[in-house]
Design a binder for this molecule. Structure first.
Ligand SMILES: NC(=O)c1ccc[n+]([C@@H]2O[C@H](COP(=O)([O-])OP(=O)(O)OC[C@H]3O[C@@H](n4cnc5c(N)ncnc54)[C@H](O)[C@@H]3O)[C@@H](O)[C@H]2O)c1
Length: 270
């Protein structure tokens, strides 16, 4: 169903790898709501994933950019404006990767080269995108930028290792750049802190399936899925949330404010 919430808006969606990606759902819904979009991802992901399928479905263009590479980001922003026909009204940062998690290295043993990569890909990339856009003046007045985060930024989840630090940094960049871009062009910058979701990035975490079930049992509404996360992103890109900025918005079915649910207690009593 469309309410044309994004009619006439131009957007950039990062991180759509396959149909399970949260960004995939955001792209589909943004176009459904009247937006014209560019899809971007790391060159290697373009070869591995199915992004061209999504581009055909959404009449969008794929512009490759490694989100850690400032030159590639600049080029992507310039080409996006050319394709979309003007400044950008919304941008989704949906990028994360941890070589430490991929190689199953625990928090006390972190490999620091990998740690640097985790922070660069998963957090500094947001700063790089915003800084490039700021210098190029690529975002329209009142544009909206959303980054996806996880509650491990505030509370410890043993399995989330260095990604927890990356999310804490990401949320800090949301606040700091939100201030500066707000003053400069009334651009809003927020993060949405999403429930565990079955995607390539999510499922790469050891014990993910068990934790997914645990979280679903503890949250009164259950886990929020990728489609509902996309709906939340759409509201944040729309003009209905024009005064929301520098926030980390929980989108987790109530998990973050629940100590222990009756369902969980019952399960442990079995
Ligand atoms: N899945 C979950 O449980 C969950 C929960 C909360 C938050 N999130 C966040 O949602 C976001 C999207 O993840 P997802 O779950 O949809 O998984 P996903 O694997 O589908 O998406 C991650 C994306 O990051 C891209 N990426 C990695 N390195 C990159 C680079 N150098 N340059 C550009 N792109 C790069 C990947 O190609 C991929 O498209 C991430 O920030 C993730 O941390 C996920």
């Amino acid at each position: 169903m469309s309410n044309n919430l994004l009619q006439g808006k131009r957007g950039i969606i990062t991180g759509a790898l396959d149909e399970n990606s949260i960004a995939w759902k955001v792209a589909e819904k943004a176009v459904e709501q009247g937006a014209k979009i560019v899809l971007t991802n790391a060159p290697i992901a373009l070869r591995m994933g199915k992004i061209n399928e999504l581009a055909a479905k959404t009449n969008s263009k794929v512009i490759p950019a490694d989100a850690t590479n400032v030159e590639e980001i600049n080029k992507m922003l310039v080409e996006s404006q050319e394709f979309l026909g003007g400044k950008i009204d919304f941008m989704l940062h949906s990028i994360a990767q941890s070589p430490n998690i991929r190689k199953n290295i625990g928090y006390p043993e972190l490999n620091y080269d990998y740690y640097d990569k985790t922070l660069d890909i998963s957090a500094l990339s947001l700063h790089k995108m915003l800084a490039a856009a700021y210098k190029l003046d690529a975002l329209s007045e009142g544009a909206s930028v959303v980054a996806l985060s996880y509650m491990a930024a505030q509370r410890t989840f043993s399995f989330y290792t260095d990604m927890a630090d990356a999310k804490a940094l990401l949320e800090s960049i949301v606040r700091s750049f939100g201030y500066h871009y707000g003053k400069y062009r009334k651009v809003r910058v927020n993060s949405i802190s999403q429930s565990p979701t079955k995607t390539t990035a999510g499922s790469g975490i050891k014990g993910f399936e068990t934790f997914f079930d645990f979280a679903a049992l503890n949250a009164p509404l259950g886990n929020a899925d990728a489609a509902s996360c996309a709906d939340y992103c759409i509201t944040m890109f729309s003009d209905l949330t024009k005064m929301v900025t520098m926030q980390n918005l929980m989108h987790d079915g109530g998990y973050s404010n629940t100590g222990a649910s009756a369902d969980l207690m019952e399960k442990f009593g079995e």
